[in-house]
Ligand binder design. Structure first.
Ligand code: NAP
Length: 267
């Protein structure tokens, strides 16, 4: 858990002079912890104001991220609680965002869960929950906030897929299906939104050192690391910086792309 524990120490003192996202606003779903939290901080470091979303159970952690952005990165941060798997909740959140914050330019569909089991033992409720949080949420948030993004001079939709969506994985039929769905969503929507100058991309991380991975039994983690040519898990900041690049003008000619980042685990 070293990565988690040292998180705020590590970001202390980061260069905030390179502000590629000045004047823009971003909504990051599920960003009270893990990869999403780092994405929120990296986007703010680059000059974006941030709408922080997570479940109400994560309010305390989410508030800490917001406080950090306001006090250390000199950006506005505003927390909106919402269950992104529920479109009515997302619509309610949008009204609150408009009343308290304004419009967003960049949407990062990050919220995700896993409920792993062998397919023969997988219950329908675990299939439904994973598909709903990981894939329905991408429809819900993108569809609901699309008018904001289309109005922006630098509209971006960036979603978190996974190596598992391309390669599959034992015990993750539900998770793999949801992450493969994000790839199809990205490639199709990118073509529709070209006319609005909105880019739609995904990142497909391998195994990243967050709670989702660090909570696995040591034996399983060791086995996984042996299969990764770089022999280590990825860091949330490595994913976050790729997302930041996709959000920036530097990536203006990239759309419908899925960027793999997995230490050589799957090429
Ligand atoms: P994480 O640490 O579990 O963080 C995910 C966050 O999303 C949590 O704060 C979670 O709250 C929140 N969340 C869950 N359901 C939500 C909902 N319905 N509405 C709003 N927020 C919700 O996960 P992570 O490892 O940072 O992963 C972030 C994303 O990257 C996920 O989409 C994941 O699938 C993807 N990814 C991760 C890895 C990896 O190795 N870690 C690799 C590839 C892709 P709770 O904790 O209360 O559920």
């Amino acid at each position: 858990m070293t990565e988690e524990k040292n998180f705020f120490d590590e970001i202390e003192g980061l260069d905030t002079t390179c502000r590629r996202l000045s004047g823009l606003s971003a909504l990051v779903t599920g960003c009270a912890q893990g990869i999403g939290r780092r994405i929120a901080l990296e986007l703010a470091k680059e000059g974006a104001d941030i709408v922080i979303n997570d479940l109400s159970s994560q309010k305390e952690k989410a508030n800490k991220v917001a406080q950090y952005i306001e006090s250390h990165l000199d950006r506005e941060a505003w927390m909106v609680e919402a269950d992104v798997s529920d479109i009515e909740d997302v619509k309610r959140a949008k009204t609150q965002v408009e009343e308290n914050f304004g419009k967003i330019d960049i949407l990062v569909n990050n919220a995700g869960i896993n409920r792993d089991n062998f397919f023969t033992k997988m219950e329908k409720k675990d299939w439904d929950q994973v598909l709903s949080v990981n894939l329905d949420s991408v429809f819900n948030c993108t569809h609901t906030f699309l008018d904001h993004i289309q109005d922006s001079a630098q509209g971006r939709v960036i979603s978190l897929s996974s190596v598992v969506g391309e390669r599959g994985n034992i015990g993750q039929v539900n998770y793999a299906s949801s992450k493969a769905g994000i790839i199809g969503f990205t490639k199709a929507l990118a073509q529709e939104l070209v006319r609005d100058d909105v880019t739609v991309n995904a990142v497909a991380p391998g195994f990243i050192a967050t709670k989702m991975v660090l909570d696995m039994p040591e034996k399983v983690k060791d086995k996984i690391k042996k299969q990764i040519p770089m022999a280590r898990f990825g860091k949330p900041k490595e994913v976050a910086r790729t997302v930041t690049f996709l959000a920036s003008k530097d990536a203006s000619y990239i759309t419908g792309e899925v960027i793999r980042m997995n230490g050589g685990f799957y090429l």
